[in-house]
Write a protein that binds this ligand. Structure first.
Ligand code: NAD
Length: 247
């Protein structure tokens, strides 16, 4: 394979980390984005691990992708280091539980900026680059909550619904320039995001999932990789539910 490169946001832990390792295992140069400067050594260690696996360069870039200028920087810096970007995985996101009428304005704005603004700005700047070179593939991480809604997750669901709508619209705009845009909609996944649930709460939730358990991050990464790769070359504007049947 020619030297392909990928940018993954929110990538030091959880689903993002599994996606990083999946692309490295398939020979990609990987740009690992993380937000918290305290995670620098963890991000750099992951980049080193990727280089060993892929034999390609891997870089760690600290940037809060809810800020437009940072998304531009993340794309520009990756192009500077790798010459081009073939794939973007917009994975960064936060989830805050609250009934709608008790949700704080601050939590509302944080979810909109980290989950929705980030995807818009990353697609805007990556899109300019990919449309110019007439190739690319973008995979956005939404949620089944963005399709069906979920109690105490109205704002989170709304941001993920927006990601799905942007995915579908951008896929039509970008299609003639050979740039595909798809999304995955995971159900419940064992990551730091769901670590706060007690074992009992997880058991109760699992009983409502048709397959009877949470997903593991590599099960989501597998689908993201496939949607990004040439193996799915005729698929665009698609939202793949990876939820063990959970609606
Ligand atoms: N875990 C689940 O059950 C589940 C289900 C459906 C969808 N998702 C989605 O999957 C994605 C990954 O989540 P996860 O479960 O791995 O959770 P996680 O909390 O382990 O990872 C999310 C990562 O995104 C980063 N992040 C958040 N906002 C950011 C920002 N503004 N800039 C840069 N990085 C930022 C966090 O620092 C964290 O490293 C999220 O978009 C989440 O909404 C998760």
């Amino acid at each position: 394979m020619d030297n392909r490169s990928v940018v993954i946001t929110g990538a030091v832990q959880g689903i993002g980390r599994a996606v990083v390792l999946k692309f490295a295992n398939n020979g990609y140069s990987v740009a690992i984005n993380y937000r918290n400067p305290l995670k620098e050594s963890e991000a750099k260690a992951l980049a080193e691990e990727c280089s060993k696996i892929s034999g390609r360069e891997a870089i760690a870039i600290c940037a809060d992708v809810s800020v437009p200028e940072n998304c531009k920087f993340l794309i520009d810096e990756t192009v500077r280091r790798f010459d081009k970007i073939d794939v973007v995985v917009n994975n960064a996101g936060i989830m805050k539980y609250s009934l709608l009428h008790r949700m704080s304005d601050e939590d509302y704005r944080q979810m909109v900026s980290s989950n929705q603004d980030s995807v818009f700005f990353m697609m805007k700047y990556a899109g300019k680059h990919m449309l110019k070179k007439k190739s690319g593939s973008i995979v956005n991480v939404a949620s089944v909550a963005g399709i069906y809604g979920s109690s105490a997750l109205s704002v989170y669901s709304a941001t993920k619904g927006a990601v799905i709508a942007m995915t579908k619209s951008a896929s039509v705009e970008f299609a003639r320039k050979n740039v595909r845009v798809n999304a995955v909609a995971p159900g419940m996944v064992n990551t730091p995001m769901t670590n706060d649930f007690t074992a009992e709460e997880k058991e109760n939730m699992s009983s409502n999932i048709p397959v009877g358990r949470f997903a593991e991050p590599p099960e989501i990464a597998e689908a993201i990789y496939w949607l990004a790769s040439d193996e799915s070359s005729y698929i665009t504007g698609h939202v793949m539910e990876i939820s063990g049947g959970l609606k």
